[in-house]
Design a binder for this molecule. Structure first.
Ligand SMILES: [Zn+2]
Length: 198
């Protein structure tokens, strides 16, 4: 059963065959997981939060939902969730510009550069890296349209989400390196990916 340990503030990936499940586990908890997925047979087809919002007609996810690609095809099905259901698919990944513009920091690790590292060798231009599903991320859309922030991820040690692959995919994740605001309780920690038969 292939599994990959993602070190805190770093990225990694795992291959998932059509019909298999991928589990995303918060090892220590209080840790956001930026989750990306690519069609193994056409790397330009990617999991798309925007198309998924369009299909679902909402910004929350429920068990049984199918998550769509930028070619508007179902790629993953949301099978199980042992968390309190706090997830986001509206926000982009953190990136070097975010750390410089908001915090004046250069060379801080980021989810977008973690994805670039994980997908090194696939020749994906930086500007074309896709947006994430942010599992375990507390950025709710409020009734007045504002976006909540500045709270800590509520995921607990060992909690997980499980997705079923509806095509052959490469699942790539970043353990969000944000350690300046409370998002990851100031200490980014490990995630685990497991690919297994359904
Ligand atoms: Zn991040």
């Amino acid at each position: 059963m292939p599994e990959v340990l993602i070190k805190g503030a770093h990225g990694g990936k795992i291959d998932v065959k059509k019909g298999q499940l991928v589990e995303v586990i918060a090892v220590k908890g209080q840790q956001v997981c930026d989750f990306f997925a690519f069609n193994s047979d056409n790397i330009r087809e990617t999991l798309s939060p925007a198309h998924t919002r369009s299909v679902l007609r909402r910004v929350t996810m429920k068990i049984g939902d199918q998550f769509y690609t930028n070619l508007r095809r179902p790629m993953l099905e949301f099978i199980a969730d042992t968390t309190d259901g706090t997830h986001d698919f509206c926000m982009p990944p953190c990136d070097p510009e975010r750390y410089f513009l908001s915090f004046g920091l250069r060379n801080h690790r980021s989810c977008r550069t973690n994805l670039a590292e994980a997908m090194h060798g696939f020749n994906i231009p930086y500007e074309y890296l896709p947006d994430p599903f942010n599992f375990f991320q507390p950025t709710p859309i409020n009734a007045d349209g504002s976006v909540g922030f500045n709270t800590t991820s509520t995921v607990k040690a060992g909690q997980k989400v499980v997705l079923k692959a509806l095509m052959n995919v490469i699942a790539a994740v970043s353990s969000c390196p944000q350690d300046i605001n409370p998002l990851n309780n100031y200490r980014p920690s490990d995630l685990k990916l497991i690919a297994r038969d359904a």
